[in-house]
Unconditional design. Structure first.
Length: 108
């Protein structure tokens, strides 16, 4: 018959083995939450060439009150020749301030 002290010593000796086995079967921690701001899109270039207007569904008219001039990617440029122009950080070519596309993200 074993004593209580002997049983505790045996259990304490096996405890590290159980912890190590459990640690091997633990799932990895979840990924951290994405930072706040515009949601990334699969079509947005990452330091590459600008996207074609057709790729992002660009149109020269607003969509549901959303306009390029209120988009975080919109860049107004001063007059060059015939008048003011504007462009997008992600889309190639001139952009209408009253236009809209699928990667529109509101300015903060």
């Amino acid at each position: 018959m074993r004593t209580r002290r002997g049983l505790l010593a045996l259990t304490a000796g096996l405890l590290p083995l159980g912890v190590a086995a459990r640690a091997q079967n633990t799932p990895p921690p979840p990924h951290p939450a994405p930072p706040p701001g515009p949601a990334p899109t699969d079509s947005a270039p990452v330091g590459g060439a600008p996207l074609a207007k057709m790729q992002v569904g660009y149109q020269d008219v607003p969509e549901g009150g959303k306009v390029c001039a209120q988009c975080v990617y919109f860049m107004f440029e001063p007059a060059q020749g015939s008048g003011p122009s504007s462009r997008c950080q992600l889309v190639a070519g001139p952009i209408s301030p009253a236009g809209w596309c699928e990667i529109w993200a509101p300015k903060a």
